[in-house]
Structure formats: structure tokens, C-alpha cells
Design a binder for this molecule. Sequence first.
Ligand code: GLU
Length: 293
Amino acid sequence: MSVSKYVGRFAPSPTGPLHFGSIITALGSFLDAHSQKGIWLLRIDDIDTARVRTGACDAIMRALEALGLHWDGDVVFQGQRLAAYQTALAELRSRNMLYACVCPRRILKGKPYPGTCRDLTAPPRQRHSYRIKTHHESISLHDRLQGQLSLSLQKEWGDFIVHRADGLIAYHLAVVIDDSWQGVNHIVRGMDLFHSTTCQVYLQKIFGVDTPSYCHLPVAVDHSGKKISKQNHAKDALLHEKPVSILIKALTFLGQQPVTGLQQASVNEVLDWAKQNWDLSKVPKRQEIPVSL
Ligand code: GLU
């Protein structure tokens, strides 16, 4: 039996500098890949052009380099993959799996889409998105850290958007097409994406591509429970702190118990220690962990 080589990735959206929350994902995915002698790719998820910030992509890459998190191969930019997403959409359309939807997202108030536009007879003239038809059957996945997840797409999300009303390709579609094209077979990322992974598994089944192995790490939140993210203007982690101490904080967050003495070590020494000692079973099996930054 041939065992395929571990291919992992880090896929930040360039909406701001690298903050502590994304460093945890970057470090966790890097260590998991390296501890299994795998490769670790960098993909810039710049598909949501309205949210992309000038300079953020360079800042992220510089920060990764300063932290010693060197990626393998060329960086892939989603902005250069539009033709592949259009081909995928065309396939879904030809299989009668899409329909135009004029419902503004805000009216859903976070509830699953009830399928209102499924039976529109003529294509709408106003701005519209495209949704993919889902069904009641459960979608299941096994997460290496969080365990089993099984839910009905219909009950949880309803038919979800694959092509947005503003003309942009939706995140789930782009991610599934790219992960498969890049041969990614291990995904380590934040717990905030855990439940919606079911939408990605659904798309993988439709396109007949392999489902990668998933591992969702706890996310860092502030003391009011808000995720530390670029949206809430999390600060550039490297602005006021040395790379070694950030790595040690991130390792501690991930339950890895870095040995004393590492504070005085170099970035490469810290990472060598971390690669040799990476133990997923020590990562707290929690959705979120409060941190003070
Ligand atoms: N680009 C997404 C983000 O920055 C993550 C994509 C993924 O890991 O699937 O939140």
C-alpha cells in the first residue's frame, strides 16, 4: 500500500498583519507537517478583494520568515485561480446543482437559508448570488483533535452560496478547488471553521475529490470572548515582541510545554525543539482559549 506524502498548508487572507491568532494556526500547521516529514505550502486567500488590505500580504510573508516558518514551493494566490473556479461553477451549473438567489444575506440573521429562491422560474434581473442545492442527509467528518462531527447541511446552513451577489467566488468553493489542486491532504486551522467544514466536505463529494484529514485548533479570544482576528484590528504580533517569545507563547497556547531555556535560544532552535516534540494530544481540545496580549 502506498502512503501519500503529507501535504499541509497555511492559507491566510491578507486582510491585515499576522496577529497572534493566525500565528497559532501557522505554527500548528507547520509543526504538524514537519513532524510528519511533510511539506507545508503557503496560499494567500485573496479572493475577497473588498477585504484585502494593501501591504498585508507582504507583511504576512515577512512575519512568517521572521518566525522561521518557511514554506515549501511557490506561493499560490487565489486571485490568480479565477479560471479554475469558473470551471467548477460551470460544472455545477451543468449538473443542475445551482440556482440564482435574490435574498439579501442579512434577512437570514444567521439562520439556515430556507430555499426561498429554489423554484424561481426565470433568471432574476436584479443582483443575485448562486446557491448550491443541499439535502437532509448528514455530512460527517472526523477531526483529529475535536473528534466526530455530523450534521445536516439543510438544517445547519441550508443551500449555501458558492458565487456571491457581488460577483466574487465564495470561500468554500475556492478552498475546496485549491486544496484539491494543490494536493493538500492535511488541513490544520482554527476551530472557527470547524462546523462549516461540512460544506467543504459536501463539495468534495460532489467534485469527486478526496477529503483531507482535518484538525481544528482552539482559537485565541480576548477576555470578553471575542476572537482575536484581523476584523477586530488585532495588532501585528511582531511589532512589539521578539519572534522567539511569540513562538514560545504560541507553543504554550498549543499545550506543548516548551522547556525552560528556550527563551534564550534562536528561532531555529525553538522550532527544532518544537518539531521534535510536537504532540497533538497535548493541544487542548477546546473551542477557544482566552489570552492576554
Ligand atoms: N483564508 C481563511 C482565513 O484566513 C482560512 C482558510 C482555510 O484555512 O481554509 O480565515
